[in-house]
Design a protein around this ligand. Structure first.
Ligand code: AR6
Length: 356
């Protein structure tokens, strides 16, 4: 998974480079800077003294010393005033410069803290958004495993509005499904005692049923065609049958072609690592994880029905008894197909992330 959001202490990350949210002097301080210097030992400060400080928005590299990483990249984020003093451009520059240095030094993995979001007062949701934007853009043209390290839950915020909208969506759909299940249990011959609770039929459930009917109709249509044509299956029917038999990887590759995407554009947009994509491409019977299959559906910008079709090929379905699935459904219905944005939200709701 090229971009991974994790909750951790950055000094524990065994990656090629970790990034330090430093100050212009590069001589240590509090927050993540203090933690990095403490864990790396005195030699880090000795090397930092030779660097002559660092401008805001720029980055400098040292060795990692006692840390489990090879390098520390020190960058200086902007102090947040009101958002009208070039803060965003400077923060973007911190991520870009750090990534440039990491690439120059052959790093294959790097871990960032949420720069400027502590003592320097950058609003956490905006700091996160900027980090994800710059990293996402970098990954379109580069291969690197990039971790965004969130120290504690309190320091992690997606936009309030988005958070409450998703929470409400989960509440509506999760609750409906469970109400329905409870009611079904109570109405079943085995249920004991009390009168059934009022039945609230979930829209999506009824839609699910409609879909099952649709599928039968499709099968019936095929049977009809077979009856009409006898052995001489026409081209259209052949194509339809092929699609029914398609494996996950065949369907994926077909969709990539249909959408006019390149393989690389598709797996990058899906937050999928190139090696895994090659595996899927080379193995017609490859069985992906659910998160991987959904990541491709997002990258291909499939509708909800198309997503269900793709998932079925891998033996999965979206369900309303699962928060992860409801969040995915929320984004697809909204037409938001940015896998990194979706991952921010999944992380905020303690769910697994998309990609692999
Ligand atoms: N691992 C990961 N993230 C951490 C850790 C850790 N061990 N410790 C804190 N954070 P800050 P800034 C998070 O204040 O806002 C220093 O004194 C923290 O929760 O460290 O860029 C420097 O010397 C927050 O989300 O950096 C500068 O003077 C994020 O790291 C000044 O602070 C950044 O918080 C820089 O301020």
């Amino acid at each position: 998974m090229p971009l991974i959001i994790v909750r951790n202490d950055i000094t524990k990350m065994a990656v090629d480079a970790i990034v330090n949210a430093a100050n212009n002097s590069l001589l240590g301080g509090g927050g993540v800077d203090g933690a990095i210097h403490r864990a790396a030992g005195q030699e880090l400060l000795t090397e930092c003294k030779t660097l002559g400080g660092c401008e805001t928005g720029k980055a400098k590299l040292t060795k990692g010393y006692n840390l489990p990483c090879r390098y520390v990249i020190h960058t200086v984020g902007p102090v947040y005033r009101d958002g009208n003093h070039g803060e965003k451009a400077l923060l973007e520059s911190c991520y870009r410069e750090s990534l440039r240095l990491a690439k120059e030094h052959g790093c294959e993995s790097i871990a960032f803290p949420l720069i400027s979001s502590g003592a320097y007062g950058y609003p956490k949701d905006k700091a996160l958004e900027t980090a994800v934007e710059v990293i996402g853009t970098f990954l379109l043209d580069n291969e690197m495993e990039i971790y965004l390290v969130i120290f504690d839950k309190a320091s992690y915020r997606i936009g309030e509005e988005l958070f409450s909208e998703i929470a409400e969506y989960i509440d509506d759909h999760y609750a409906e499904e469970h109400l329905l299940e409870r009611s079904e249990r109570q109405n079943s011959p085995l249920a004991l005692g009390t009168a059934p609770a009022p039945l609230k039929v979930s829209k999506s459930r009824s839609k699910g049923r409609a879909k099952a009917v649709q599928f039968n109709a499709r099968e019936a249509e095929l049977c009809d065609s077979i009856n009409i044509c006898g052995d001489a299956l026409n081209l259209e029917l052949n194509t339809k049958l092929k699609q029914l038999d398609e494996s996950f990887s065949q369907m994926l590759l077909r969709k990539i072609d249909e959408k006019g995407l390149t393989d690389a554009a598709c797996y990058k947009k899906a937050n999928i690592d190139r090696k895994l994509f090659s595996k899927i491409r080379g193995d017609v019977h490859y069985k992906p994880s659910k998160a991987t299959a959904i990541a491709f559906a997002i990258s291909l910008e499939l509708t909800l029905d198309e997503t269900e079709d793709l998932l079925r090929k891998a033996g999965f379905a979206l369900s309303h008894s699962n928060k992860f699935d409801i969040i995915i459904e929320y984004f697809i219905k909204k037409g938001i197909y940015n896998v990194f944005k979706i991952n921010e939200a999944l992380f905020a709701f303690d769910q697994n992330l998309l990609g692999a």
